[in-house]
Write a protein that binds this ligand. Structure first.
Ligand code: SF4
Ligand code: SF4
Length: 672
């Protein structure tokens, strides 16, 4: 029979779900302000990401302190959802239990008790970390965020307390007939404080109402707080491209430059971003992991990837409703995300190192958004740092970032007698095309690496050729600084040359060329087997093809290039090649592997002055010096330049050498 309690509860439930439906609809409408993008393909891999990152909490566990706390709260909530469901249905059907689930019900009962306790403890720990002794990224936040965090944590604590009060009084009242007390050990222990009778029943009813209202209130508060991620992080993980498409590895999406209906390229405001990028903004937990790993931020630049994402949400919530309502005149519409919320200086400080993307526990893709903003500044606004004007001019005229003649591109190889594909007529007779890159062709220091690598290839009996004067910059620096037009022009011209000679396999010593050729050239019709020279060197060393006999280097640390490591997950090959080299004692930077600190050159930053804060390369060099390295091993010409400069600046040139792995292996070869 329907009681007054059931009727009132029904009204409360309808109001709660009605408002929640309104909030979900509002969120979907706001997301529709963004551009369309298909993120519904490859469900199997997307579900795999959800299982490992969302349910397995794999990224969260990267933080050994916060990881277990957050995982405790998350898993606890999953189990507690069953208890919440039971309580809600009980409001409609008196005495409702999930006991028809049989033994599974026992599991939920004990799980609810154990996890409820874990969540309560985790909430206390989280409050302690956030307000008393946690890392500064948690404590040094704005007053509103502090209040928000305190409120939500207290709210969760209230849900747990009311649940225990509800269960303990139920046991004291003898209503717990579905299983032995051992299945609810904590609630059973707490039931000792109650002695049945009308007072216990009143406490039980009150606890039930408080529990239900806290749960429904929590659900409805989420879309309006930073804790919206409780609802959005699982779908955001599903929609992430990690391991699904090249974009998940940092390949930039091409702009359709032929589309004459496009009024502005790149992103100046929220409607220029995709719905997924707007969804990222709703998913940010404001944990600060991205900013506390950002090399620009850590060396005193304005850029904070967390702020970029948070400002996107602020702007979306400000402008989105006006766009939905069809407003055309409002001072709000006069503003733009860039520069009114995000300063261009922040945008230009990014090295595109992807440390932020790597660290973000909810799979937010900061770099794509930053590059979209650069695209707008360059292609639509024509507003970019002066140094880029020089870069673009050189790329247009010389097909290289510097003022060298294209005719001299292959000059370094002449004395070694390395053939070009023009000499050979086609790629039929070679094992690899050696893609040399601009630095490897023109930069005096990087040319030494090209020579060393070419001689290693010879000793290994590998047949190879270069393109010489027919090779052009891959367009990486142009693309990452937002000049998509120039980048696409260079890419298409290179693809045309490669196709003409029938190239199928490419090896390169530059991670930027490697990434472009492997992950981005397919966008322009160029599909090749592309390997980085460290991978090939590893194979040659492991197969014993190279006679490595001369001891070299001493204490050596390997600097992970962002475009090799975080972009392409190549961490082992360079280390294995080094470990097999005589004389090398391998050690590590304190920050290495997928947590390696950038050298400061990526994202076109090599060509931009670094005038604010500490120089990133100096920070990285100090890290190398702190472990007493004699050799810093590199696998990237940009890293080599930055770290060589850093060593000179620190006055350590007499005791520390910066070498490419190809040079190290070449010098360890038996002299013929
Ligand atoms: S890519 Fe690197 S430099 Fe750019 S915002 Fe992310 S962490 Fe900072
Ligand atoms: S973007 Fe990701 S890492 Fe950065 S604050 Fe938000 S949730 Fe944390």
């Amino acid at each position: 029979m329907i009681t007054l309690k059931n009727f009132i509860f029904l009204l409360v439930l309808l109001a709660a779900f009605g408002f929640f439906t309104f909030s979900v609809r509002r969120t979907i409408l706001l997301l529709k302000v963004g551009k369309p993008e298909n993120r519904f393909d490859q469900w199997d891999k997307r579900i795999g990401n959800v299982l490992s990152v969302a349910f397995g909490q794999s990224k969260i566990f990267r933080d050994p302190v916060a990881g277990p706390i957050h995982a405790g709260i998350f898993w606890g909530f999953l189990i507690l959802l069953f208890s919440v469901f039971e309580s809600i249905v009980e409001g409609l059907i008196p005495g409702f239990r999930l006991s028809f689930l049989g033994p599974i019900y026992h599991f939920f009962a004990i799980g609810g008790d154990v996890m409820g306790t874990a969540v309560a403890v985790a909430v206390l720990l989280a409050l302690y970390r956030r307000f008393i002794s946690g890392p500064s990224r948690l404590r040094n936040i704005e007053a509103k965020s502090r209040k928000d965090a305190a409120l939500i944590l207290t709210w969760i604590g209230g849900i747990m307390l009311s649940m225990f009060a509800m269960n303990a009084t139920r046991i004291a009242l003898g209503d717990n007939v579905d299983f032995a007390p051992a299945w609810r050990p904590v609630s059973t222990a707490l039931s000792a404080f109650f002695h049945g009778g009308s007072i216990t029943r009143t406490v039980h009813e009150t606890a039930w109402w408080i529990h239900i209202i806290l749960v429904l209130g929590f659900l409805n508060a989420l879309p309006y707080s930073k804790h919206f991620h409780v609802l959005t992080s699982i779908p955001n993980t599903f929609f992430s491209n990690r391991g699904i498409r090249p974009e998940g590895n940092g390949a930039l999406k091409p702009l359709d430059l032929e589309d004459e209906t496009i009024e502005r390229f790149g992103a100046a405001d929220i409607e220029d971003l995709t719905w997924k990028q707007l969804f990222d903004a709703f998913t940010c937990t404001e944990c600060g992991r991205c900013t506390s790993s950002c090399p620009a931020n850590l060396t005193g630049k304005q850029l904070s990837p967390k702020k970029v994402i948070m400002e996107t949400r602020v702007r979306l919530e400000e402008k989105g409703p006006l766009l939905i309502a069809g407003e055309t005149s409002s001072p709000v519409l006069e503003k733009r995300l860039v520069p009114d919320f995000i300063n261009p200086e922040e945008i230009w400080a990014c090295t595109t190192c992807r440390a932020c993307v790597q660290e973000c526990p909810v799979m937010i893709e900061h770099v794509d958004e930053i590059v979209e903003m650069r695209r707008n500044l360059v292609l639509t606004e024509g507003s970019f740092p002066d140094e880029l004007q020089v870069l673009y001019k050189n790329l247009e005229n010389n097909f290289a970032p510097w003022q060298f003649s294209p005719a001299d591109r292959g000059k370094w190889a002449e004395e070694l007698g390395i053939p070009t594909l023009k000499d050979l007529g086609s790629a039929d007779e070679i094992d690899f095309l050696f893609w040399v890159g601009c630095a490897g062709s023109y930069d005096a220091r990087a040319v030494k690496v090209s020579r060393a690598f070419a001689q290693v290839l010879r000793r290994a009996g590998i047949r190879f050729a270069i393109l010489g004067s027919e090779e052009k910059c891959t367009g990486d620096a142009a693309r990452r600084t937002g000049n998509e037009y120039l980048a696409q022009m260079l890419a298409r011209e290179n693809v045309e040359t490669l196709e003409r000679y029938g190239v199928t396999r490419i090896v390169t010593a530059c991670p930027h060329c490697f990434h472009s050729l492997k992950n981005e050239y397919p966008q322009f019709g160029g599909r090749y087997e592309v390997i980085h020279h460290t991978t090939l060197l590893r194979e040659l060393v492991e197969q014993g093809i190279l006679p490595l006999v001369e001891p070299v280097c001493g204490k050596t640390i390997f600097h992970d290039s962002c475009y090799l490591g975080r972009y392409n997950q190549i961490y082992d090959a360079p280390r294995i090649a080094l470990a097999e080299t005589p004389g090398v004692t391998l050690d590590e930077f304190p920050r290495h592997g997928d947590r390696a600190f950038c050298c400061g050159a990526g994202g076109g930053r090599l060509f931009l002055e670094e005038t604010v804060g500490k120089r990133i390369n100096v920070e990285r060099t100090e890290e190398a010096l702190s472990v007493g390295a004699e050799t810093i091993a590199c696998a990237c010409p940009f890293c080599m330049t930055m770290l060589t400069d850093g060593v000179v600046e620190k006055g350590a040139g007499d005791r520390v050498q910066v070498l490419d792995i190809a040079e190290i292996i070449f010098s360890a070869l038996r002299k013929t």
